[in-house]
Design a protein around this ligand. Structure first.
Ligand code: NI
Length: 636
């Protein structure tokens, strides 16, 4: 099943191919676009929250599209908004001094131009590499390090790998020491830098089935059958499943976006997404010290999404959503099967055996999975949103793909990386994601309370010396709402609606729980990445809703100077009590690579959980029916 582009029936219907074409026609008809202008993105303008709340099925749908246009090789961007209905241009803003995301067109040109460059070829020749066609060139986001030659330019840093044949895994043989600074806008090599020759590792790093014969012969088929079909109902981009309702869209940077999340018609979240992510490397060497890839803001988790295959990426009774992005030349770019949705059995939801009464009750847990997978160069990131029968919402990020590695001479070791194969080392690095969680628990106005265990000192009032209680701290302003995870005190954050009460008279709430140990950014606050990825220096930030505050590192993270986004907005120290709060949760992993991560990483997991706290009066999954008995035996 797939979703064909259709006429929008809701203000948040996904962007259609016709809308991309129309938006570009409107802009082209002005005659202002120079030859060679590129479109960094073409996206639906999401209606403001109040506007969306006021919309009803009887209302007209006004659709606006925002285009980011790169008119030339320098640092000028045009931010253009068009009204599709009237064909008018509602904004044409020139932004000076900022860069778009890295553009695919320019990255492809950089690879070609670098490959032809005589100094680059000479550096390859010094390493005995003459088969230039099988050299793989990876343009990397440049970061910002104050090089004078890079002022006013859009830069990539190209690093190289050698393949034995076109389908080979090039990461087996990094061309250590060779790096090319490249001007993407002007398509020119700025500098070929050779830090010295290191031998190419000899071993291949192939992960194809043919390279691992004999394959296991004792793995039996595992079929997931739903002969009556799945339990969800899809209407356009709206999904209803087991009291849940959610609408999905797809953004070039954030990837999958969830809107209007509700349970039994009660609001839980207005909008949930991954706002930004960064992969800072902890190796100060010449080849790796510059690596701080903002995989959302500098490449795009949506733009890097690949089509999924039935039985391979997703197993069972699958519903696929297609997504429509736009090419840099302004054509619709449909990604078939971009988003996968299905139900999964997830063990037990609850169980009790009454040893006295002789009864046994157990219910199966089931979750709705909505996912997509982005391939950002060497790495893959799978984003899996789970909805459960008991009111839980979870995001699990699955990290896989291939490590970014360097070569070293046999017998050498590295202080800031681990050897993962002979002559191959993988630098230490982090993957820091920032989820933007616009929760609206039973309505728009909420407050955030930090809850953690507090041990009571022995003595009066604690005669058993065992006492601990829940300490609750209201996060009143932005300045006291920059928080760190503390697993020792089971710290979590409740989003509370103080005006809504459950049957016990308690305010209704959802809590954000770090489900796995998560770091914050390890690079020093004074470092380039410490400035540019300020969002990752704290695990939690809370802000009042502002429609312009969407991207945790600001709207222009590529080669940014730093400070933009959360660090800048929260300087205002706005009030957070009983207002429309937005949580920003920075989470991830610190990766000390293992031999087992080579040549392709087994999935590593990170994420978080949103769980009801007094949102319901009791276990909301009591009405889940007992499972059908199998083999004529009752389920006990
Ligand atoms: Ni990693």
């Amino acid at each position: 099943m797939g979703l064909a582009p259709a006429t929008p029936t809701h203000p948040l219907s996904m962007l259609t191919a016709d809308e991309v074409t129309r938006a570009v026609d409107i802009v082209r008809s002005t005659g202002r676009l120079p030859d060679g202008a590129l479109f960094a993105h073409i996206v639906l303008v999401e209606p403001d929250k109040a506007e969306l709340a006021a919309w009803s099925a009887a209302s007209r749908i006004e659709r606006f599209v925002r285009l980011q246009i790169v008119p030339g090789p320098g640092l000028e961007l045009w931010e253009v908004t068009v009204a599709l209905g009237s064909g008018s241009i509602t904004e044409w803003r020139v932004v000076e001094g900022e860069r778009p995301t890295l553009l695919f067109h320019e990255a492809a040109t950089a690879i070609f131009t670098t490959r032809e460059h005589p100094e680059y070829r000479a550096a390859l020749a010094r390493r005995g590499i003459t088969d230039v066609d099988n050299v793989q060139i990876d343009p990397w986001p440049a970061g910002t390090f104050g090089y004078a030659a890079e002022e006013g330019r859009r830069i990539a840093r190209c690093i190289s790998f050698v393949r034995a044949y076109p389908e080979d895994n090039g990461y087996a043989r990094p061309v250590e020491g060779l790096i090319v600074h490249f001007d993407l806008g002007r398509n020119e090599v700025i500098e070929v830098i050779d830090h010295g020759v290191v031998s190419l590792p000899h071993e291949h790093a192939r992960y194809f089935a043919a390279d691992h014969e004999p394959l296991r012969a004792d793995i039996k088929p595992l079929h997931i059958v739903q002969s009556d079909g799945p339990s969800f109902v899809v209407d356009g981009n709206r999904i209803d499943w087991q009291k849940w309702s959610v609408r999905i869209t797809f953004d070039p940077y954030e990837g999958l976006v969830l809107h209007g999340v509700s349970y039994s018609g009660r609001s839980i979240a207005h909008r949930l997404s991954i706002s930004e992510m960064v992969v800072p490397y902890g190796d100060p060497s010449e080849m790796h010290g510059f690596k701080n890839a903002f995989d959302a803001g500098e490449w795009g988790l949506g733009r890097m999404t690949q089509s999924l295959a039935l039985g391979c990426d997703c197993l069972g009774e699958i519903f696929y959503f297609d997504a429509v992005l736009a090419t840099e030349h302004g054509s619709p770019w449909p990604i078939a099967n971009a988003i996968c949705m299905h139900e999964e059995d997830y063990g037990i939801a609850w169980k009790h055996v009454d040893l006295f009464g002789g009864t046994s009750e157990v219910r199966r847990s089931r979750r709705l999975v909505i996912s997509h997978i982005a391939t950002v160069g060497n790495y893959e990131y799978g984003f899996y949103w789970y909805f459960y029968l008991d009111g839980n919402i979870q995001l699990e990020v699955k990290l896989t793909g291939i490590l970014s590695v360097g070569a070293m001479e046999p017998g050498e070791s590295r202080s800031f990386g681990n050897e993962v194969a002979p002559g191959i080392y993988a630098p230490f690095h982090q993957h820091m994601f920032c989820a933007r969680l616009d929760l609206d628990v039973d309505g728009v106005d909420n407050r955030v309370v930090e809850v953690e265990a507090e041990v009571v000192p022995p003595g009066d009032g604690n005669p058993w010396s065992n006492a601990f209680r829940a300490r609750k701290t209201l996060l009143e302003r932005e300045s006291n709402a920059r928080r760190m995870v503390n697993t020792a005190t089971s710290r979590s954050w409740r989003v509370v609606n103080d005006a809504a009460r459950n049957g016990l008279g308690q305010p209704t709430a959802y809590k954000l729980i770090p489900t796995m140990s998560t770091p914050a950014l390890l690079a020093d606050a004074s470092s380039s990445v410490g400035q540019r990825a300020g969002f990752a220096r704290h695990n939690l930030w809370v802000t009042p809703y502002a429609p312009s505050e969407m991207r945790a590192a600001g709207d222009y993270p590529n080669q940014s100077r730093g400070g933009a986004g959360l660090p800048e907005w929260t300087q205002a120290d706005r009030d957070l009590v009983d207002t429309d709060v937005v949580l920003w949760y920075s989470f991830g992993i610190t990766h000390f690579p293992r031999p087992e991560d080579w040549p392709v990483m087994p999935v590593e997991y990170t994420g978080f959980l949103l769980s009801p706290v007094g949102f319901f009066d009791r276990n909301p999954a009591l009405d889940v029916p007992p499972s059908a008995a199998i083999n004529d035996e009752a389920c006990h």
